[in-house]
Ligand binder design. Sequence first.
Ligand SMILES: [Zn+2]
Ligand SMILES: [Zn+2]
Length: 302
Amino acid sequence: MKCQVCNKQEAKIKLDHLGKTVCKNCFARSIERRIRRTIRDYNLLKDKDKILVAVSGGKDSSLTLTYLVNYYKYKPGKVFAVYVDRGDAHSVKQALAGEKLSKKLGVPFCTVSFRELFNIGITDIRRIAKKEGLNTCSVCGVFRRRALEIKARELKVDKVATGHNLTDEALSYLMNFSKGELKNFIHLGPISLPKRKGFTQRIKILSRVTDEEIREYVTLKRIKFYPNTCPCRVGSLRYNFLPVLADIKKARPGAEFSIVKIGEEIAELARNKHRDFRLNKCKKCGEPTSQDTCRVCEYLEI
Ligand SMILES: [Zn+2]
Ligand SMILES: [Zn+2]
């Protein structure tokens, strides 16, 4: 069977959202075009930007880092890589994979650890999660976001880039559809609220490329990565929505794309409706929070 786009090469890969089977070249072009369009549509990058990439050694962040390094090759902007060390068994190998790739790409690499910033380790995270009746991942995420924010300020970067892909985004939207709170949507989408809200802006350049496509693409482009799925994600709301998304995709291939499309539109509506959205300052540490005390401070008390 010939590629249904160029009609020349042999068709190898199915593109769900187009319902077409394409050759390797057309596949790679489709991925690169979608990343370019996400960057353009949401104005994710400026030529002079300093960007901190959160690397985990995994496929998504490895592709994000590689793409951004190439993007800034002939531009004045600069790219840095950081690994957030949670102190678990995976950390050493993941950090090494991240460091190796950064070295290869010529990017300054640093690590930041839960132990040095908050004096906690993975056992403390598990203890806090258990006490709060939460999943480990949600507690871990709170500290991880703060760790990235601290490093971003220290390096005076303009933006933090994460490896979230379209599948991650679809799960976030499904989760938030089920919660039914429009206000929650203001934080979703390929770019976060501007810096004046107290956080360094977050960007997700892979938010139009699915998990499977990224796996295929990095293999095709021989981008090395450490295969990592967080062991503590089992039981998280996000994880519970994985089979739901799989069922929706079975009923309607390409539905992942439509969920993200409508989700992004709702996020835009939410931002317009809640334009006056303000955060308080945590009374303990001064970081922005919607409560009196931020969750980092709250968790550290437990
Ligand atoms: Zn082709
Ligand atoms: Zn605080």
